[in-house]
Design a protein around this ligand. Structure first.
Ligand code: GLU
Length: 494
């Protein structure tokens, strides 16, 4: 088979028709927020246009490989609800979806480019200026001038790389949907390596070949790739291919000058989940970092985003990461979760603080849900359930409610028989009993509720009010705690 026949065969296998977008992460062991946003936008472009979302793992840089990192990407996307239609574990019409498994595909294209005079074999270990630390005089690679047939023969036995024969004249442009035309003078471009001496493609080369062979119509990527963009045009042109739509998203910034960076201590996507943020809240928040729906509304579920996302809403100005805002999103998401789902999310956190196997998880979750901003806050919110913490009787003093230790003692004494006699131990009944007592005494409710809250929780700030807490604790434990409070307050009066 001639190389042209092989080339034509490959062309025939490319899926055509419809939008095909991809997320092409390199497995580094963690998911940056920027990476997650790229994945989200690529997913949304496909879904908003009725297309296909593809996951391709770009692991050609063997030196940077991290074990288990690819699996982690699959899991992260799946857990976040970013279902890919094609990918390493789900397959698809153009496998494999992992670059290291595609190794045999790249050399024929590099050789074809040599045949066409658009690339050349290089044997001399020449280091071009982009690969050097310093920009020394830009000297042409001597192998550029080798006779192509001779060079091809030598390549069969000698170590070599294959380089692009970048034109020295003119300029090259790549059109980006967000950044417009990106043009460079060809003389400033390097003869980039396409195939390395180990036979593996360079990142840029593999990326172009794979995007084409996978029929990708929309390429979503971070701003760090913008300077290499025009080189892609040279490759597409040399191969006679039409380039896909490029959509470059601007950086996410930690402040006015610096990009968000794990090295500087900024959280990755995984860190945020570990800190108690919900995937939906993070996705919603990062969707708005660099894209605007064009209105005031901010809260969108993933499926709502699928309906409203548009490329024209992507902004070229860098976006500032604001954790306070993200926290607000998270609180909104927690509130909007169904009680049942929230109990499921909260349970592992509840269990960190409440160890009794009979604990009523649903009741505790109900207490927590309206007041919680981060799941990780939960254990501390309910640290008084298992055991009453040591507390100061000073907590019974509350200026605003005009109460103190003496009044609290009186209230708790009056409350004890009322609570003991309650037929049912429900939040509503406990609350009503407190209210009735306050009414009888012609006092404000707070005068009864405040000492009850302190007595049952030992804390001034609690999730839920006194009646809710007492209901969760149960009658026996509540009365025991009230008794203990009476003892302590009595001792003060003596
Ligand atoms: N593999 C690249 C990365 O992980 C992405 C390249 C691209 O999206 O074109 O940063």
């Amino acid at each position: 088979m001639t190389s042209q026949q092989w080339f034509d065969d490959m062309e025939a296998k490319i899926p055509r028709g419809g939008v095909r977008s991809r997320f092409a992460p390199s497995p580094t062991g963690y998911m940056h927020l920027g990476g997650m946003r790229t994945a989200l936008y690529a997913y949304l472009i496909a879904k908003s246009l009725g297309g296909t979302f593809i996951l391709r793992i770009e692991d050609t840089d063997q030196a940077r490989l991290v074990e288990g990192a690819a699996e982690m990407i699959l899991r992260t996307l799946r857990d976040a609800g970013l279902r890919y239609d094609e990918g390493p574990d789900v397959g698809g019409p153009v496998p494999p979806y992992v670059q290291s498994e595609r190794k045999p595909l790249y050399r024929p294209y590099a050789e074809l480019l040599c045949e066409r005079g658009a690339a050349y074999y290089c044997f001399c270990g020449h280091v071009s200026h982009e690969e050097r630390d310093h920009e020394d005089a830009d000297v042409d690679d001597p192998c550029r001038a080798l006779d192509p047939t001779e060079a091809q023969k030598r390549a069969a036995t000698e170590p070599h790389v294959i380089r692009m024969k970048t034109p020295r004249e003119g300029s090259t442009t790549l059109h980006d949907e967000v950044f417009g035309d990106i043009t460079v003078e060809n003389k400033t471009l390097d003869d980039m390596v396409l195939l390395k001496s180990d036979g593996l493609p360079t990142y840029n080369f593999a990326n172009v070949i794979d995007d084409h062979l996978m029929g990708i119509t929309h390429v979503l990527r971070g701003a760090e790739y913008i300077s290499s963009a025009p080189k892609y045009t040279l490759l597409y042109d040399a191969l006679g291919w039409k380039n896909p739509v490029y959509i470059t998203v601007s950086s996410i910034m930690r402040d006015e000058r610096q990009k968000l960076s794990k090295r500087l201590g900024d959280p990755t996507y995984d860190d945020l989940l570990a800190e108690g943020y919900l995937p939906g809240a993070v996705l919603n928040y990062i969707a708005l970092l660099g894209w605007s729906p064009g209105g005031e509304r901010e809260i969108f579920s993933l499926s709502e985003l699928e309906g409203v996302f548009s490329i024209s809403g992507i902004s070229r100005s860098p976006a500032l990461f604001d954790k306070t805002k993200l926290r607000y999103f998270n609180a909104e998401y927690i509130r909007a979760t169904t009680a049942e789902d929230f109990a499921g999310l909260a349970e592992p956190y509840i269990r960190r603080a409440v160890h009794s196997p009979d604990a009523d998880i649903n009741a505790l979750a109900e207490l927590i849900q309206p007041r919680c901003e981060l799941l990780t806050e939960i254990p501390e919110m309910i640290d008084f359930i298992d055991a009453l913490p040591e507390y100061s009787t000073q907590l019974f003093v509350h200026k605003k409610s005009k109460t103190d230790e003496r009044i609290s003692l009186d209230m708790l004494r009056r409350l004890t028989p009322v609570l003991t006699a309650l037929p049912d131990w429900t939040r509503g009944d406990i609350y009503a009993a407190c209210e009735t007592l306050a009414a009888e005494l012609e006092a404000k409710n707070a005068l009864v509720m405040w000492p009850l809250r302190i007595a049952v929780s030992g804390k001034a700030v609690t999730p839920g009010g006194a009646a809710e807490i007492a209901a969760v604790l149960g009658r026996e434990e509540s009365l025991r705690r009230i008794d203990a409070a009476i003892d302590r307050l009595q001792a003060l009066q003596a």
